[in-house]
Design a protein around this ligand. Structure first.
Ligand SMILES: [Zn+2]
Length: 705
């Protein structure tokens, strides 16, 4: 499975606006806001013309904002024309301020505006798509995001939530939609027209259009659709079946689906957005065979968590973790315990790759902006639900979620609300559990000391050991496994201090101790449990980038690659200085990186990736290798690997045949932080993987006889 592409997905629709407004809390003077929008879009010329009838209850001064590219041609309040010139224009946003007379009452604002959208920029990579993108139009696809305080394509007011109706008017060969219930659609006078209503509290309006072929089925009273580009229209049936299955699954586990429809909409951009009633996925993503069995379920589940119960962003986004736990992780559990464990191990490895102190507590996670935030906001968060289920049991866990759904639908909820739901269903006080996992950053690191085996008369043994953890101590139920001369003993021990002794009575002589070998606890795993990964270097702000070689074009490309690869601004040096002592990123040609590694006694290219690189390194200066290369000796045009330095830090080497081969890595490589090594043929990955890691065991010293 292509994990890089999965990273693209699993992003809830949270538009910047929702976040901004969540924090701002909205203008208390406005309530009951409703937009009735008529939108005419010409994707070929990027022209948008709209009329909006806004009704609201308010008093005093209110304001609304619109993208600076739009010209308002008429504006009226309660039937009285107002000046169309904005009160303020700044940073591409026009703002109008209106004075309302008298006490709070019902008002109607009417405005007509038009303007030019940006052309579609298909060069955007997925990281850029995750950030703010402007409203774009093209016959191949138009995306007008619910953009919050960024320039907006519809008038935005200071309010937490609103309702809307949108009538779309598009050229006959185009189809379009906004989240909500389709009220009617037809083709009239060479135009496609459709009207949508959204009656739940909405946080923004996303508008999507394209040369779509629509396929529809009704399932369980719900209208399910695909809006697919012609080149992937054949995939529609399979996707519609998958939607039905997911809706059934989550209805059964959580409660009824809260909307009247669900659509999958294809995008020319590498998007992976979940919005209420729809998901907007890149064409290239939809073509991947595993999307139906993985990311689609995640996006559908966001209609319950995130778009059904809203996220309280001030106190932390709980919805990504819960969705990841009930979708991505649950599908792995379904495949079997080994698959689920492999996912847990990957999550723990990713977390361990974050230098201590660099992660934020979950209470501060709002939405994904970089690798570290994904590791905490998605994976650590999912782990917390796993530990919670282990602790209170599946029946109480499921009951809590059903009640939470019933009580909080279309309301904002926080971690506190979830805590209350789990406490009610389990009868347990979970203050300590939630405090240590949500409010605190980091994770415990566990160790065992003072192992001792004492023979007892009759062949029995007393095994004693002390578990330690980093301070301040977490309250944990730690699974321990002891291998004895005759078998395996598993126990669950309570660990509440930084150091706590245990004595167990065993039938046979204990040989080894493992702490949490099945990885049920979210913890900082040890080096022995973790192979070197690219990510360890990518996320460390102290990483030093070394460019091996003198070629100016190569230096420029290497700097660009480092900029894309690292979470922080690269600190670049050349290979002439002394070797820095931290995590390293070494970039260069095969010859130059090999020479650099040799000179600094760093681990050479691993056997598995070796090919003729070894030969080149030892025969430095001899360039005849390219002419007389041995068949099958060189794998790919570039290879990348992580290795452990003698000081325990990681070095990541990016070794390419030439500058062009290096250039080809700029786009794909940042997606592969979870790997230990990769081989590329130009921009295509032909080999990748994670170095094996041994689990950590502690030995009992031989007992005195
Ligand atoms: Zn998500």
């Amino acid at each position: 499975m292509n994990s890089a592409l999965l990273v693209i997905l699993c992003l809830i629709s949270l538009s910047a606006c929702a976040i901004q407004e969540g924090i701002q809390g909205g203008d208390p003077r406005i309530t009951g806001l409703h937009h009735d929008l008529k939108v005419r879009l010409e994707p070929a010329s990027q022209q948008l013309a709209a009329e909006d009838v806004v009704t609201l209850n308010a008093q005093g001064t209110i304001s609304f904002a619109l993208g600076g590219q739009f010209t308002v041609t008429r504006l009226s309040l309660d039937g009285k024309d107002l000046p169309v010139k904005p009160s303020e224009e700044s940073k591409g946003i026009s703002t109008w301020r209106l004075e309302l007379d008298g006490p709070a009452s019902h008002h109607t604002l009417w405005l007509s505006y038009h303007g030019q959208l940006q052309p579609l920029d298909t060069r955007l990579d997925h990281r850029e798509v995750l950030g703010f993108i402007p409203a774009m139009a093209d016959t191949q696809g138009s995306y007008l995001p619910a953009s919050g305080y960024q320039p907006s394509w519809y008038p935005r007011f200071d309010t937490d939530a609103f309702t809307y109706s949108v009538s779309l008017d598009l050229p006959a060969e185009q189809r379009g939609l906004v989240p909500g219930r389709l009220v009617k659609e037809d083709l009239q006078q060479g135009r496609y027209q459709a009207r949508f209503e959204f009656k739940q509290p909405a946080e923004g309006i996303d508008l999507l259009a394209g040369p779509y072929q629509i396929k529809e089925i009704m399932h369980d009273g719900l209208r399910l659709r695909t809006y697919f580009h012609p080149e992937i229209a054949a995939l529609a049936d399979d996707y519609l079946n998958s939607i039905s299955a997911y809706l059934d699954r989550y209805k059964k586990t959580i409660g009824p689906y809260p909307f009247s429809e669900f659509s999958i909409v294809s995008s020319p951009l590498p998007t992976g957005f979940g919005m209420p009633t729809l998901t907007y996925l890149g064409i290239s993503v939809l073509r991947l065979p595993f999307i139906r069995t993985t990311s689609l379920g995640h996006e559908i589940l966001h209609n319950w968590w995130g778009n059904g119960v809203y996220i309280d962003l001030i106190h932390g986004n709980w919805a990504e973790g819960l969705t990841t736990f009930m979708a991505d992780y649950a599908y792995k559990e379904q495949e079997g315990p080994d698959d689920a464990r492999a996912m847990r191990l990957q999550w723990l490895r990713d977390f361990a790759a974050i230098p201590p102190g660099q992660d934020q507590p979950l209470s501060r996670f709002a939405f994904r902006s970089h690798n570290t935030s994904e590791i905490v906001g998605y994976h650590k968060s999912a782990y917390i639900f796993l530990m919670l289920r282990d602790r209170i049991g599946k029946p109480a866990f499921d009951r809590a979620l059903r009640n939470f759904w019933k009580e909080k639908q279309f309301q904002t909820a926080s971690w506190k609300d979830l805590q209350r739901a789990f406490e009610t269903s389990s009868g347990e006080n979970l203050d300590i559990f939630f405090e240590q996992w949500i409010v605190r950053a980091g994770a415990p690191q566990l160790n065992a000391v003072y192992l001792k085996a004492e023979p007892k008369p009759g062949g029995a043994y007393l095994a004693s050991f002390t578990l330690t953890q980093s301070a301040p101590a977490y309250a944990l139920r730690v699974p321990v496994t002891l291998k004895t001369q005759t078998g395996t003993v598993e126990r669950l021990v309570e660990l509440n201090e930084t150091e706590q002794p245990y004595t167990l009575e065993l039938d046979a002589q204990p040989l080894t101790l493992s702490i949490d070998p099945d990885l049920r606890l979210f913890r900082r795993i040890t080096d022995a449990e973790m192979p070197p990964l690219l990510r360890q270097v990518m996320t460390d702000p102290a990483t030093i980038t070394v460019v091996a070689g003198r070629d100016a074009a190569l230096h420029k490309t290497a700097a660009e690659l480092a900029g894309k690869l690292l979470d922080n601004t690269p600190r670049i040096t050349d290979d002439s200085t002394a070797l820095p002592s931290g995590q390293l990123l070494v970039i260069g040609t095969h010859d130059e990186t090999a020479a650099f590694l040799q000179k600094h006694h760093l681990p050479a290219v691993p056997q598995q990736l070796a090919g003729d690189v070894q030969g080149r390194a030892t025969a430095k200066g001899s360039t005849n290798v390219a002419g007389g290369r041995t068949p099958g000796a060189t794998k790919g045009s570039a290879r990348v690997w992580a290795a452990r330095q003698k000081n325990g830090k990681i070095v990541v080497v990016v070794s390419a045949a030439n500058t062009e081969a290096l250039q080809a890595l700029i786009r794909p490589l940042p997606h592969y932080g979870k790997e230990s090594y990769l081989v590329f043929e130009n921009s295509k990955v032909i080999e990748r993987g994670v170095w094996p890691a041994e689990g950590k065991v502690w030995n009992f010293p031989a007992a005195d006889k």
